[in-house]
Design a protein around this ligand. Structure first.
Ligand SMILES: Cc1cc2nc3c(=O)[nH]c(=O)nc-3n(C[C@H](O)[C@H](O)[C@H](O)COP(=O)(O)O)c2cc1C
Ligand SMILES: O=C(O)C(=O)c1ccccc1
Length: 387
């Protein structure tokens, strides 16, 4: 029977106070609620995007241009949305996108996110730029599945150290973000001259690293803090990387690897050719190249190009369960949820993230069932029509 959609029954039967942390169930309303709670700088960093934010808007508009065409009388009594993606079994094809610096949203930051993900059985992808160390986040997540996102630093030894630590802490798959070797032109942050890192947020995994510490003359203290921050700025991204470097990465990590930030079919094919296990079709939520194509519009060509040889994950612009269903119908194997769960974190910590995840999963299952689908594999382009 239905499991993920049980959240709906729980709300109706047990009442609002017992089930909901007072947050909207229309997930498109989360941003407004979070804005009222956060400082202008934190909200600006989270909700903002690159340039005129045209690509961030385009991500949403692309979803609106597809409409679902429900099918009837197909016996959807037994539903099962579970899938296995890059070796990880999941109750539904939804993961938590890597979002750095989460302590600007809530003091528990990534620890709360890891706990909420574990409670719902979903996989959280931890950012290299997390505000808590990957070891502490792994402990918070307990038995829950976890993947690690790499921001590939200039120093290979530091990169290798990150990967060793991630392996030791039980992260099973690696997501390498290739669209952000530097932050883009982001007016909301520029107008306030706000960067979390310069306030020491998002550097926990660097400052705690033995290779990093060696480079700054020992553990980071008040004395060498400025040196450490400057070293971080110099190390964070590597604009010289090419496809050839992936061979080295492949040697360092024996689990699955996915490249995050792929938009072009030829890049997706190169990911296959270089032995990657997956790609994440993403424009970083419109935060990098303003004017870039909507991520959903880039998805079909990538799906076509890889022809099932490797996994295709998707993010940017997903806000509701129906959005997840649309991306799956267009060929994604799974979808990463970004800002929505971060809004939940800002609003109510672990409970807020759990709320958002449960709403998305319930809405996804109801959308599929009410449209005549029992499993994710039954979805096809037939599910959609152009608006
Ligand atoms: C505040 C914030 C921080 C982010 N930090 C990272 C990060 O550390 N690593 C990364 O690969 N992507 C990062 N992303 C991008 C997300 O992983 C994801 O691609 C994006 O949020 C998806 O778009 P959506 O928010 O519209 O769903 C960040 C996004 C936001 C909003
Ligand atoms: O803000 C971002 O989009 C992002 O990816 C990032 C990069 C470095 C540190 C924290 C977040």
């Amino acid at each position: 029977m239905s499991q993920l959609a049980d959240f709906q029954n729980e709300i109706y039967l047990n009442g609002l106070a017992d089930v909901l942390p007072g947050l909207p169930t229309d997930l498109t309303r989360l941003a407004g609620a979070a804005e009222a709670k956060l400082s202008a700088t934190s909200f600006g960093y989270l909700a903002g995007a690159a340039g005129s934010e045209a690509t961030a808007r385009a991500n949403r508009e692309a979803f609106d241009r597809w409409r679902i065409v429900p099918r009837m009388l197909r016996d959807v009594a037994e539903r099962d949305l579970s899938v296995t993606v890059l070796g990880t079994p999941m109750p539904a094809p939804v993961l938590l996108a890597p979002i750095g610096v989460q302590s600007i949203l809530h003091p528990d930051g990534e620890l709360a996110t890891a706990r909420a993900a574990a409670a719902t059985g979903l996989t959280a992808i931890l950012s290299t730029a997390a505000s808590h160390t990957m070891e502490d986040v792994a402990e918070a997540g307990g038995d829950g599945p976890r993947w690690y996102q790499l921001y590939w630093p200039k120093d290979r030894e530091l990169a290798a150290s990150f990967l060793d630590r991630a392996k030791a802490a039980g992260y099973t798959a690696l997501v390498v973000t290739v669209d952000t070797f530097t932050l883009a032109w982001r007016p909301r942050d520029l107008d306030r001259a706000y960067l979390p890192f310069l306030r020491g947020i998002g550097v926990a995994n660097y400052f705690s690293d033995p290779v990093f510490q060696r480079a700054v003359g020992g553990p980071v203290t008040d004395e060498n803090r400025q040196v450490a921050l400057l070293h971080w700025i110099g190390q964070f991204g590597n604009p010289s990387l090419t496809w050839d470097d992936l061979a080295w990465l492949r040697e360092q990590w024996d689990g699955p690897i996915a490249l995050k930030g792929i938009q072009h079919a030829d890049d997706a094919r190169r990911a296959v050719d270089t032995g990657m296990d997956g790609v994440v079709v993403s424009n970083h939520g419109g935060r990098q190249v303003d004017g870039a194509v909507a991520s959903l519009d880039a998805l079909p060509a990538v799906v076509d190009a890889v022809g099932g040889q490797i996994g295709v994950l998707f993010d940017s612009g997903v806000r509701t369960g129906a959005d997840v269903a649309k991306a799956l119908a267009l060929g994604a194997d799974a979808v990463l949820l970004g800002r929505p769960y971060a809004f939940g974190l800002a609003l109510d910590g672990e409970a807020g993230v759990r709320h958002v995840l449960r709403c998305v999963l319930a809405e996804l299952e109801l959308t599929l069932a009410l449209s005549g689908h029992r499993t994710v594999s039954e979805l096809s382009l037939d599910f959609l029509a152009r608006a």
